[in-house]
Write a protein that binds this ligand. Sequence first.
Ligand SMILES: [Zn+2]
Length: 165
Amino acid sequence: MGLMIRSSAIHAAGCYTTTPIRKGVRVAEYTGYRMTKDEADKGYEDSPVTYLFGLGDGTTVIDGHSAAMFVNHSCAANCETEEIDGRVYIVALCNIAAGEEITYDYCLYDGGEDEAICNCGAKKCRGTMYSPEEIKRRKAVARKAAKKRNNKSSGNADKRRKSQG
Ligand SMILES: [Zn+2]
C-alpha cells in the first residue's frame, strides 16, 4: 500500500493513496509519542495546530508522528478510526480508488474558543469538525454562558482532540 502526502483542497497537506484500497483494510496506524491528557493540555496550550488523538480511555493522547497525522477530516469520510488494544488504526469504510485522498471523521471534542470550521465540501457537511455530541455540549455551554454573562468564568483551556466516532 502506498501513501503519499501532498497539498489538499480540504486543508494544507493531505494523505493520498497511490494504490486502490479495499473496504475494511487498515490504511495506516496513528502512531506517535504517547502522553497524558494533562501533559498535552500543558504542552499545547498556545498551539493553534495540534495532531493529538485521544484514546478511548480518556487519559491517553497520541501526538501524531507519521503519515496518519496528515489525514484530513471529512464529514463524508472514506475511512474511520478503530482502537484495538490501545493502538489506533485508520480503516477503509469503502473501496478507495488510487489517487483518492484518505479522510476520516475527526469527531473533535474538548474544544475551546476554536470553531474548528470544516471545509470538506461534502453535501452533508456539519460545518465543523466537532463530533455531534461535542456540538450539543458546546451549545449547552454557550447557553449557560449567556445566562451567566455577568459572571467571570475561566475559559476552557482544553485543546481539541480527535476521537473515535
Ligand atoms: Zn465537513
